[in-house]
Design a protein around this ligand. Structure first.
Ligand code: PLP
Length: 405
């Protein structure tokens, strides 16, 4: 029989968070080994349950959620998203500007498929949440990475963004609060990005899925609340703030001069129709999630698990000789740097694999987030304090004797 190959569309598509190192972790688990998993931002398995009232809403509505719904989503859920926009200072949002999806992931794929022609460029941060890069490539576009500056708390380097704009550039992706760095961007930086978008007629994709997960007084500012003059799509969902990643429920909201984007909107509506609709039972959770008690706020203040685990993991990582880490202001991750003088890492995927095999700790190497070096790695601080301490102690023990020379 002839060999069956993947399509050429997939040749440049890469998604390392679930790549070869994870495969090895699965193999070790099948052998009966215990792996400490610090690789994926999935709150529920770490005891961060979704608010009971949203679970109950899904159960209550399940019998009436058997059919397809409108391809853009249930009216009540979209209305709730609209009101959330109003609360957040995002103006002029109508129901038809809101699209519900099977998680933000599906909407990222739709937004990029609908926008990019072959070789069109999309500016994406480095480090990034790599689905953006994968989705841009899958759509036939070229992901072009702009730098975020570790020395400046991982803020986007706006001069670098400007220097990378060409006549093929279609848009800029802004992930704020950021995965993997935990940065929360200052208003001035957001305004500079908006100015660039206005000057060059670019769409901004604002991925704000961690908007309510901020620490120590950091304030998230919705990018779309700062301008009515650029076309912006804001992404958010139930996976992180409401700890319901398995529900696969997210939304995107288009704002700004929509009359300039009629053709793109037609494309998005077609893509939404082609997948018929998003998972209907989970849409019943959205209204209660957004309108109800925001239990996430208990987790992000001192004494709350997310806050305390972040502090602990950050402090312990920085205690390892040759390891430094910018303190996260938001999200669920630490993006640590290995001093190249102490640990000259040539291949960071190999390092992640060696750590897994030697110490049974699963992290994701920095190159999985499209950074231009091999000196970083990301870990999630979702496990409880004792497990986090054990994991970071094991990372320290691993690094003590590690060399790729
Ligand atoms: N955007 C960012 C920045 C993320 O970190 C994630 C998940 O980790 C997603 C989007 C995907 O979220 P969802 O579960 O809604 O597909």
């Amino acid at each position: 029989m002839s060999v069956i190959r993947k399509s050429n569309k997939l040749i440049n598509v890469c998604y390392d968070i679930r790549g070869p190192v994870l495969q090895e972790a699965k193999r070790l688990e099948e052998e009966g080994q215990r792996i400490i998993k610090l690789n994926i931002g999935n709150p529920a398995p770490f005891g961060f349950d979704a608010p009971e009232e949203i679970v109950q809403d899904v159960i209550y509505n399940l019998p009436s959620a058997q059919g397809y719904c409108d391809s853009k989503g249930l009216f009540s859920a979209r209305k709730a998203v609209m009101q959330e926009c109003q609360k957040n200072g995002i103006r002029n949002v109508a129901i038809e500007d809101i699209y519900l999806g099977n998680g933000v992931s599906e909407l990222i794929v739709m937004a990029t498929q609908g926008l990019l022609n072959d070789n069109d460029e999309l500016l994406i941060p480095a480090p990034d949440y790599p689905l953006w890069t994968a989705a841009a490539s899958l759509a036939g576009g070229n992901p072009v990475h702009y730098l975020c500056d570790e020395q400046k708390g991982w803020a986007p380097d706006v001069d670098d963004i400007r220097s990378k704009i060409t006549e093929r550039t279609k848009g800029i992706v802004v992930i704020n609060p950021n995965n993997p760095t935990g940065a929360v961007y200052p208003e001035a930086v957001l305004r500079q990005i908006i100015s660039l978008a206005e000057e060059f007629g670019l769409i901004v994709f604002a991925d704000e899925i961690y908007d309510k997960i901020t620490y120590n007084g950091a304030r998230h500012i919705p990018l779309a609340s700062l301008s009515d003059d650029i076309l912006c799509i804001t992404f958010n969902g139930l996976s992180k703030t409401y700890r319901a990643a398995g529900f696969r429920s997210g939304w995107m909201v288009m704002t700004g001069p929509k009359h300039h984007a009629r053709d793109y909107i037609e494309g998005l509506e077609m893509l939404a129709s082609m997948r018929l609709c998003a998972n209907v039972p989970a849409q019943h959770a959205i209204q209660t999630a957004l309108g109800g008690y925001q239990s996430i706020n208990e987790l992000t203040v001192p004494g709350g698990r997310l806050h305390d685990q972040c502090e602990l993991a950050w402090r312990k990582l920085n205690e390892i000789p040759g390891v430094s880490c910018v303190k996260p202001q938001g999200a669920l991750y630490l993006f640590a740097r290995l001093d190249p003088e102490v640990y000259p890492i040539k291949n960071d995927e190999k390092m992640a694999l060696d750590l897994l095999q030697q110490q049974k700790v699963l992290i994701v190497q920095g190159s999985g987030f499209n950074v231009p070096d091999t000196q970083h790695f990301r870990l999630v601080f979702l496990p409880r304090e004792d497990e986090l301490c054990e994991a970071i102690d094991r990372i320290a023990a691993f690094l003590k004797n590690y060399s790729q020379e």
